[in-house]
Ligand binder design. Structure first.
Ligand code: AMP
Ligand code: MG
Length: 399
C-alpha cells in the first residue's frame, strides 16, 4: 500500500464529527432516582423546597434563649421535650428550656441549643455552666440551599451524592439525557464465540467484547452485539436487527482492507461509504458510512487497531455526552530509544515506570492483544517524528 495517499488522522476525526453530529441532539427522559446513577442531567435542577426545609437542632440537648444565659451558671426549668418528627414545635417561654433531639424543629423564641453533654440535669431542671451565642447548634431553614435555587447544573453526571441532594429536596425522579444506543458487529468468517473450541484457522472474536465493553466504559448503551461471516447479506441482516433494537450508532470491526472478502466494503461501498487509509499505525484502514440513516463507523479487524480506533474516533463523543472525563494525558520521559515509521502517527503501547519514565511494551504489531493488555498507556508519536532517543519527552494518554 506504499503508493496509497494516506489521510491525516485529524481529517478522519473531522469526518467522524460530521457523521456523528446528529447524536449530539439528545432527548431526555424522567427516571426514578434509584435508576439514575451515572446518568447526565438534561437541564438545570432547582430545589422545590429549602434545605434544610425547617429550622432544626444540630444536637441532642436543650433549646434555650441565649439571653437567658447572660449570667451563668444558670438553672432553667425543663418544660417539655421535642423529638424528631414532633410536628409543630410551639414556642419557648422566656426563662425556660426545652429538651430537644437532633433534627427536631426548634421552637419559636429559642435561638440556641446547648448540647446535653455540656449540661447537668437534675429532676425537671437543667444547669448550664456558660453562655451561648445566638444561632449555636441551630440549623436555619435554607442555610444549605434556598427554595428555588439551583441544586445541580445541566450536564451533571449523577453520583450518589447528587442523588442524595435530589432526594433531600423531595424529588422522586430526575430528567436525564438519553444514552447513546450502540451496536457492535464483528465481521470475519474465522471468528468464533470466545470459549468455543477452535477449528483450523479459527480465532475467538476478541473485538466484540473489546468494543462492547469500551462502549459501556465510555457511557454508551450496548443494544446489540453480533458476529457475522464475510457475507454482505448476513451483515445487512445484523445491521437491520441492531436498528430494530434501537441502535443509533453501528460499529464494525474487520472487512475494510484490501483482501478478497472485505464484507463491510462490499455492503457499504455501494451505499456511498467513505473508505480511507489513514496516516496512522496501527489502524490504517478506516471507513465511514450511513446505513438506513444510521451512522456506521468501521474499524479494521486487528484487535489493537480496532480498540485504538474506537478510543480515537468514537470514545471522546460518547464520554462527552455521558459527562465522563477524558483519559489523563501526561508528558513522560522515554526509557529507551525508538524509531517510528515516517509519515505515520504512531500509537505505541507503553507502561509507566517510577516517576515520569515510560517504556514501550512489546512491538508495534496491531495483533499484539496480550501486549496491549500489559500496557497502561498509549505513547502518541507524531507523523514527522522518526527517531526518539532515551530521555526524550513523549506525549501519552492513560488507558
Ligand atoms: P480484517 O480487518 O478483517 O482483514 O482482519 C485483520 C486481522 O484481524 C485478521 O488477522 C483477522 O483474523 C483479525 N480479526 C478480525 N476480526 C477480529 C475479531 N473480531 N477478533 C479478533 N481478531 C480479529
Ligand atoms: Mg476479515
Amino acid at each position: 500500500m506504499a503508493h496509497v495517499q494516506r489521510t491525516p488522522v485529524a481529517e478522519h476525526m473531522a469526518r467522524v464529527d460530521v457523521l456523528l453530529a446528529p447524536l449530539r441532539v439528545r432527548g431526555s427522559e424522567e427516571v426514578p432516582l434509584i435508576a439514575a446513577l451515572h446518568r447526565v442531567t438534561a437541564g438545570e435542577i432547582v430545589s422545590p423546597i429549602a434545605l434544610p426545609p425547617f429550622r432544626n437542632s444540630q444536637m441532642d440537648g436543650f433549646a434555650v434563649r441565649a439571653t437567658d444565659l447572660a449570667v451563668t451558671p444558670v438553672t432553667l426549668p425543663v418544660v417539655r421535650e421535642i423529638a424528631a418528627a414532633a410536628g409543630e414545635p410551639g414556642e419557648l417561654a422566656p426563662g425556660t428550656a426545652i429538651r430537644i433531639m437532633t433534627g427536631a424543629p426548634v421552637p419559636a423564641g429559642a435561638d440556641a441549643v446547648v448540647p446535653i453533654e455540656d449540661t447537668s440535669v437534675e429532676g425537671d431542671t437543667v444547669t448550664i455552666a456558660r453562655g451561648r451565642t445566638a444561632g449555636e447548634y441551630v440549623r436555619e431553614a435554607g442555610s444549605d440551599l434556598a427554595a428555588g435555587d439551583r441544586l445541580l447544573p445541566a450536564g451533571t453526571r449523577l453520583a450518589s451524592r447528587h442523588l442524595a441532594a435530589l432526594a433531600a429536596a423531595g424529588l422522586a425522579t430526575v430528567d436525564v439525557r438519553t444514552v447513546v444506543r450502540v451496536a457492535v458487529i464483528s465481521t470475519g468468517s474465522e471468528l468464533v464465540v470466545p470459549g468455543e473450541p477452535l477449528g483450523p484457522g479459527q480465532i475467538p472474536d476478541a473485538n466484540g467484547i473489546a468494543l462492547a465493553t469500551a462502549v459501556r466504559a465510555a457511557g454508551g448503551e450496548l443494544v446489540a452485539q453480533g458476529r457475522v461471516h464475510d457475507e454482505p447479506a448476513t451483515l445487512a441482516a445484523a445491521f437491520d436487527q441492531a436498528i430494530g433494537n434501537g441502535a443509533e450508532l453501528l460499529l464494525t470491526s474487520g472487512g475494510i482492507s484490501m483482501g478478497d472478502h472485505e464484507v463491510v466494503r462490499q455492503l457499504l461501498e455501494p451505499l456511498g461509504a467513505h473508505v480511507d487509509v489513514l496516516a496512522m499505525q496501527p489502524g490504517g484502514p478506516q471507513a465511514l458510512a450511513t446505513y438506513r440513516d444510521i451512522p456506521v463507523v468501521c474499524f479494521p479487524g486487528n484487535p489493537v487497531s480496532s480498540q485504538l480506533s474506537f478510543e480515537l474516533f468514537v470514545a471522546p463523543l460518547l464520554r462527552e455526552l455521558a459527562g465522563l472525563p477524558t483519559p489523563r494525558r501526561a508528558t513522560l520521559v522515554l526509557e529507551e530509544a525508538l524509531r517510528s515509521v515516517p509519515g505515520r502517527r504512531q500509537f505505541l503501547r507503553g507502561r509507566r515506570l517510577d516517576g515520569d519514565r515510560v517504556a514501550t511494551v512489546s512491538g508495534s504489531g496491531s495483533h499484539l492483544v496480550a501486549a496491549l493488555a500489559a500496557s497502561d498507556l498509549i505513547i502518541d508519536v507524531p507523523e514527522d517524528v522518526i527517531d526518539l532517543a532515551a530521555g526524550d519527552s513523549v506525549e501519552t494518554w492513560e488507558l
